[in-house]
Design a protein around this ligand. Structure first.
Ligand SMILES: Nc1ncnc2c1ncn2[C@@H]1O[C@H](COP(=O)(O)OP(=O)(O)OP(=O)(O)O)[C@@H](O)[C@H]1O
Length: 489
């Protein structure tokens, strides 16, 4: 569709801002241009739109030099939406959008055909500006103006859309709405898009390919996965950037860390929490949030939270929306669910085992409640018809350590291995298979870490942290199960 060859140019012939750029954009592709302030994005944009003359190189549109096309031919193929779209006359919104059809109108006294009018109505509707159609453009807010100018660009029914920071001035709703709309046109009308973008996360979600501009040359160009190259992004923007994956779509998203990380006073884990325990719940509240991985009913996944609780439920508890119910109980007790991990158990909470230990100078705390009524041997064929009775092992582990996300997974493995060993040593059996159980059917686990000190990438059985977790969880689980078994005799 568009081919840029050895393009150089800027504001003076002997000092080009962009130097020797080569790239192409396929028909129906969304090409995003990213780069820090002053890297030359707007200059490149102006060279493509013809606002600035090229010092060298060429730009081809479907194998024809862009600059050999007449103004009218260009307007029938290319629409441009810049940040400097000043409209000085007192035009109404509808009149502005109608200007987008100019290149398609016929005759000397050009007038809008029925077809033109239909398109104008459609794009105003799509850009959500119909309600302002008779309003003066100059009286609109920045975001509303941006949407009107997008409608004008779409009214051109372009093959190629050149956008300079299209979501500038737009709130999140309208940014996503506009980009979703462009994606739809890209898909259904094979619209080709070249867009300067500032927001890296937006670029990752919407662009098909990305070019990273650095001091007038491309540092990298390729699919959005180029944004996973952390060192490259750090070089480009000179800030500490970290990439992770979006939870719903397979795209990278970036996280930034302030240079002067929010300074928090060093916490002594063993003294940095208060614990409340009654018949209804156990609640640990830490002075500062801990990095936490869990499968709790509330707060699942990886979070930073301060509140950890285990609520007692009746052994016949059967609720279609336990999450909502647990949230309600938390609020009733002054525990903010958005800063908490919450578990449930039918085990009487007075039998919870709480242990603290310092192993190899690392502080550990664990809280375990254990019922074994639903003990299961995971290696045996399942009996999915079985009616589960109450009986769950809920494990909370807190460690004064700094773990990577991978190490948090390791920590979960260490805690699980320790629990399974306790079940095995106590010969707890799966009542259906009569073999040694490995867990109960509804166990919960959370690991909370302070993230103090050097980050460690491992927390398995070959590390001090992993061993420590293993020992404290084994002992607490064993004690909790032994006390449960005694009560059953
Ligand atoms: N009209 C001009 N005359 C001379 N130099 C200019 C002019 N406009 C921009 N420049 C210079 O060209 C360089 C690239 O600017 P450009 O506007 O292309 O950067 P950008 O990547 O779009 O930045 P931003 O993210 O801040 O919009 C900068 O060093 C800038 O000072």
């Amino acid at each position: 569709m568009i081919e840029v060859k050895n393009l150089s140019g800027g504001y003076s012939a002997d000092d080009p801002i962009v130097k020797g750029l080569n790239f192409d954009i396929q028909q129906g592709e969304f090409f995003g241009l990213l780069g820090p302030n002053g890297s030359g994005k707007t200059t490149l944009f102006k060279l493509i739109t013809g606002t600035l003359p090229l010092t060298s190189g060429e730009i081809l549109l479907d194998n024809t030099s862009l600059f050999s096309l007449s103004k009218l031919e260009k307007a029938r193929k290319i629409a441009v939406l810049t940040q400097e779209s000043h409209v000085s006359f007192d035009f109404t919104v509808e009149e502005i959008v109608s200007l987008g059809r100019y290149a398609f109108q016929k005759g000397i006294l050009k007038s809008l055909s029925k077809h033109d009018k239909n398109i104008i109505n459609d794009v105003m509707e799509l850009a959500n500006v119909t309600k302002y159609r008779f309003k003066q453009f100059r009286l609109l807010s920045g975001g509303e103006k941006q949407r009107v100018l997008l409608a004008k660009a779409l009214a051109q029914e372009p093959l190629l859309l050149l956008l300079d920071e299209p979501t500038n001035h737009l709130d999140i709703k309208h940014s996503l709405y506009m980009l979703d709309l462009l994606k739809e046109w890209q898909r259904t009308k094979q619209l080709t898009i070249f867009s300067i973008l500032h927001d890296i996360n937006i670029a990752a979600l919407y662009a098909d390919r990305i070019a990273l501009l650095h001091e007038g040359t491309f540092l990298d160009i390729g699919e959005v996965e180029v944004l996973r190259k952390k060192d490259q992004l750090n070089k480009l923007y000179e800030v500490d950037i970290r990439t992770q994956s979006h939870p719903k779509v397979p795209k990278p998203q970036i996280l930034m860390t302030p240079r002067n990380e929010v300074s928090v006073t060093r916490m002594e884990l063993g003294k940095a929490y208060q614990m409340k325990q009654n018949d209804d719940f156990i609640h640990l509240e830490f002075d500062q949030p801990l990095r936490t991985i869990s499968n709790g009913v509330i707060g699942e996944g990886i979070q930073w939270v301060k509140h950890y609780c285990n609520f007692h439920v009746d052994k016949n508890y059967d609720c279609s929306s336990p999450k909502d119910e647990l949230e309600g109980w938390m609020r009733d007790n002054g525990i903010p669910p958005e800063q908490a991990v919450g578990m449930m158990t039918a085990v009487q909470l007075k039998y919870a085992v709480v242990r603290t230990a310092k192993i190899e100078n690392i502080q550990f705390i664990t809280v375990v409640t254990a019922g074994v009524g639903n003990a299961v041997d995971i290696s045996q064929e399942g009996d999915y018809e079985r009616e589960y009775k109450i009986g769950t092992i809920n494990t909370m582990v807190f460690v004064d350590a700094h773990l990577t996300d991978g190490a948090l997974v390791n920590a979960c493995m260490s805690a699980t291995e320790a629990k399974t060993k306790a079940l095995s040593d106590l010969k707890v059996k799966d009542p259906f298979t009569n073999t040694i159980a490995t867990s109960t059917s509804t166990d919960s686990l959370l690991i909370g870490v302070t993230q103090q000190g050097e980050a460690t990438p491992y927390a398995g059985s070959g590390t001090f942290v992993g061993k420590g977790i293993g020992r404290i969880v084994y002992e607490a689980t064993r004690e909790a199960i032994e006390s449960e078994l005694k009560r059953k005799i």
